[in-house]
Design a protein around this ligand. Structure first.
Ligand SMILES: CC(C)(COP(=O)(O)OP(=O)(O)OC[C@H]1O[C@@H](n2cnc3c(N)ncnc32)[C@H](O)[C@@H]1OP(=O)(O)O)[C@@H](O)C(=O)NCCC(=O)NCCS
Length: 186
């Protein structure tokens, strides 16, 4: 499986990606609000080994986000389908690649894949509201904030809030019809 955008190639993570994955996933800037942070290169390699080769209900499938010219790994985008036409996702970019609109570009493509080829009815994502880059990204993509669960989970030694964002296939179609996708290729 492969997806293309003007500046990115998305495909599967391979064992050879372990060092790059470990480098950015263990970076404190990327790790701050993540549930999984690799403690070692071996743990990053194991993470890749354990991934399913294709999306399966109830399992996280991880898209590799690559520079098309040389195939370099610069981020990853996880999606989890529940088998009942709902999906959740999470995205990480290497710090040097942030602030260029690449996360928006990758997610725009993956949302199209979820609502199209995967026939998903609703996507949702959970984010710590202090994660301003992520909050901004979800809003730019047109997801609606549906809930703010106050102090709903224990994270890194404190109770954390959980903001829930979602989008329906009907909202996606209306958005595509109105042409907002152009915003990520300016
Ligand atoms: C969440 C994350 C992926 C967002 O990455 P990002 O690069 O900020 O997101 P976008 O792709 O939407 O880029 C937006 C920024 O690029 C800028 N930009 C530059 N060129 C752009 C372009 N061509 N198109 C759109 N935006 C562009 C925007 O102005 C914006 O900058 P700003 O935040 O200073 O206003 C990133 O912060 C990250 O990896 N965080 C760590 C992991 C994490 O917490 N993930 C969320 C858990 S679900």
């Amino acid at each position: 499986m492969e997806l293309r955008t003007p500046r990115l190639r998305l495909d599967a993570l391979h064992p050879a990606d372990a060092a790059a994955l470990f480098a950015y996933r263990a970076d404190p800037v990327v790790a701050r609000y993540q549930g999984w942070v690799p403690a070692s290169l071996a743990e990053a390699a194991q993470f890749i080994d354990d991934l399913p080769a294709e999306p399966l209900p109830g399992r996280w499938f991880q898209w590799a986000i690559r520079v098309p010219e040389d195939g370099r790994l610069i981020g990853d985008l996880g999606v989890c389908l529940d088998g009942r036409r709902q999906a959740t996702f999470g995205i990480s970019l290497a710090p040097a690649q942030q602030g260029r609109g690449l996360a928006q570009e990758a997610l725009q493509e993956v949302l199209g894949w979820l609502f199209g080829a995967m026939d998903v009815h609703r996507v949702h994502a959970s984010v710590d509201p202090r994660n301003l880059a992520s909050m901004g990204l979800l809003a730019r993509l047109g997801l609606r904030q549906e809930a703010l669960h106050r102090q709903s989970y224990w994270f890194c030694g404190e109770w954390a809030d959980d903001a829930v964002f979602a989008m329906l296939v009907s909202e996606w179609r209306a958005r595509v019809a109105n042409g907002p996708v152009a915003a990520c290729t300016r």
